[in-house]
Design a protein around this ligand. Structure first.
Ligand SMILES: Nc1nc2c([nH]c(=O)n2[C@H]2C[C@H](O)[C@@H](COP(=O)(O)OP(=O)(O)OP(=O)(O)O)O2)c(=O)[nH]1
Length: 163
């Protein structure tokens, strides 16, 4: 039973899922989604999803943003990595990207409803519990690597490292 980050053998960690997140940030605002289905349904997050075979995390993050919001992010940069170990043995390796712009118009889809938020007033109470830890680093443009233990959607422990 995982309780703390130290309970995981990170050297041999073999995540069940690799997933991505994309955050368009411009003019003091960030483009988030209300996630309408799938893992994390009901939460506010960035667009993103699971890696498909043959795809790089960057390609996945762009594709998922196209699928969920009908936009193509531009000025994309790697922001950080997230390592989630769940008590039920699920595990997710997440790659986070930021973008400075996009082509197209953010549009509601079956998966997501776009929401522009001020970076000073992020709705952390409606987001995953770890997000308030690494969002400030992402917004400052610092690369981060986070390790987290979750029991369903309750965070039990967190360690964050900065470059
Ligand atoms: N911000 C944030 N995002 C998270 C956390 N945990 C977590 O899985 N995510 C993201 C990574 C993925 O983008 C997404 C979950 O995967 P998903 O989007 O593939 O789920 P899905 O069932 O909708 O599957 P898909 O078909 O869209 O690929 O949630 C977290 O703690 N914080």
């Amino acid at each position: 039973m995982y309780k703390t980050v130290d309970d995981v053998n990170w050297e041999n960690w073999d995540p069940v899922v690799t997933a991505t997140l994309m955050f368009v940030i411009r003019d003091g605002r960030i483009l988030l989604i209300h996630k309408k289905r799938g893992f994390g349904k009901g939460k506010i997050n960035g667009p993103g999803g699971k890696l498909e075979s043959g795809e790089t995390p960057l390609e996945c993050a762009i594709r998922e943003t196209q699928e969920e919001l009908c936009i193509t992010p531009t000025g994309v940069e790697f922001a950080g990595e997230l390592h989630f170990q769940f008590t039920d043995n699920n595990s997710i390796h997440g790659y986070v990207y930021t973008a400075t712009g996009y082509e197209g118009e953010p549009t509601e889809t079956d998966e997501a409803d776009p929401i522009w938020c001020s970076i000073d007033e992020l709705p952390f109470d409606r987001m995953w519990e770890d997000d308030h830890i690494w969002f400030p680093h992402m917004l400052e443009g610092r690369h981060f690597s986070g390790r987290f233990i979750f029991d369903n959607d309750r965070m039990l422990d967190a360690v964050i490292e900065l470059d």
